[in-house]
Write a protein that binds this ligand. Structure first.
Ligand SMILES: [Fe+2]
Ligand SMILES: [Fe+2]
Length: 411
């Protein structure tokens, strides 16, 4: 009789393996149970039929099932097959008094049997198999733990990335507000373009539109125009004198160049560089449409609209008609259709979204101002006063306001 327990290390010991022994001869099963319990720290349960074994497995977890092959009703192979289908992680050992090569092949290939013990068994053989099973279970648990840890870390990394992205976007918004001190009209234009392009992007489920590249590009797209006088950038480029026109035509390149030091902005630079390009390749730098990313196509449309309506005082309808005539040549069809849906809803047709920081007394509210919680703060048609501007800011701190729309004539 061997009294020594298996030489399993401490880590393995903490897993007290649960074994289910199935044999219609409970006396034989009892002998195997006591021998196994002498070999290792395990917990064995006995049962005398396949159907009973399946019932037990429905309610309890086992890592190893040892089944006799010859049993009435459901034999060991049938039982093994059912167990493998329902609980693929359970390791199966078949015991049989009459070893047969076909049975063995069937057991391994079709029924998921991992080990075979012939009756009467040798204790040394049982010991080797048990040791191997314990190693296998230990490895499996380690793998499961590793996968769980990996998943946990991935979630943490993704949260950190999201936070980082949010902080980065906040920083760019702040930068944009600071820019307003130097170039108020240009900054207001960029912020309007950003609000609009974000709404247009919201019409699509594209994965690459999930990050902040489009909003950042919109906020910074005319960075290369800083330093230009208001009159210069409000003049249509074709009417600018030679040198000024040359300089104006450089602004996408200059803007992209200014961001060269930030690796995170690599894609943003590409969008900024192409924000005056047409999909038929007739834009400012004549870059062909297949080289333009989708964000650049959206930015081109929103920038064009805000440029015409807000900066050059074109009417909403004339601008929209002009743009529709260039669908598929200057402007990407899908992006333009999404833009038209957005602008039709928000402009009504004469209103535009304005950030709360840009509201001034005298502006007329084009749509009810409502808080995130659905409270009506100021009705459509109201004219902003210093007093209600103060109130709006207080409300916004307590319960952030949804987007505010102002009639176009006031902007
Ligand atoms: Fe521009
Ligand atoms: Fe612009």
């Amino acid at each position: 009789m061997i009294n020594t327990k298996l030489n399993i290390n401490e880590t393995k010991k903490k897993y007290k393996m649960k074994i289910l022994i199935v044999d219609d001869e409970l006396k034989t099963a009892g002998i195997l149970k006591s021998q196994i319990e002498q070999l290792a720290e395990v917990k064995c349960t006995l049962c005398d039929s396949g159907s009973e074994a399946l019932k037990i497995l429905e309610e309890h977890d086992y890592e190893l099932v040892i089944t006799d092959k010859n049993m009435p009703d459901m034999d060991g192979l049938m039982l093994a097959k059912s167990i493998k289908e329902r609980y693929p992680d359970i390791i199966l050992i078949l015991i049989s008094g009459y070893p047969d090569l076909d049975d063995l092949t069937n057991a391994i290939n079709d029924c998921g049997i991992s080990y075979y013990i012939s009756k009467p068994w040798e204790l040394a053989e049982v010991k080797i198999i048990l040791n191997s099973v314990i190693d296998r279970i230990h490895l499996h648990r380690q793998n499961v733990d590793l996968m769980l840890n990996l998943e946990k870390h991935n979630i943490q990394i993704s949260k950190l990335n999201n936070n980082l992205e949010k902080s980065f976007l906040e920083l760019i918004r702040l930068l944009s507000d600071i820019m307003a001190e130097v170039a108020p009209e240009l900054t207001r234009h960029s912020q309007e373009v950003a609000l609009l392009s974000k709404k247009v992007a919201g019409k699509f489920n594209k994965k690459n539109l999930e990050n902040s590249d489009l909003e950042i590009s919109s906020l910074l797209h005319d960075l290369g125009l800083i330093g230009f006088s208001k009159d210069t950038f409000l003049t249509p480029p074709q009417r600018l004198s030679g040198d000024l026109r040359k300089m104006y035509l450089q602004h996408p390149k200059i803007g992209a160049e200014m961001l060269k030091a930030a690796p995170r902005l690599k894609r943003v630079r590409k969008i900024i560089l192409t924000h005056h390009e047409n999909i038929d390749g007739t834009g400012m730098y004549e870059i062909s449409g297949d080289k333009l990313c989708f964000e650049a196509k959206i930015l081109r449309i929103c920038d064009f609209y805000c440029d015409a309506v807000n900066l050059r005082n074109e009417t909403h309808q004339n601008t929209l008609n002009f743009m529709k005539r260039r669908e598929g040549t200057w402007f990407d069809t899908k992006a333009l259709q999404a833009f038209i849906e957005v602008i039709t809803v928000i402009s009504g047709p004469q209103m535009l979204p304005v950030p709360i920081t840009k509201l001034v007394a005298g502006m007329q509210v084009a749509k009810d101002i409502v808080s995130q919680n659905g409270h009506l703060i100021l009705a459509s048609g109201s004219v902003l006063t210093q007093l209600n501007l103060k109130r709006l800011k207080i409300y916004n701190d307590l319960d952030p306001l949804r987007e505010i729309y102002i009639t176009n004539e006031n902007i």
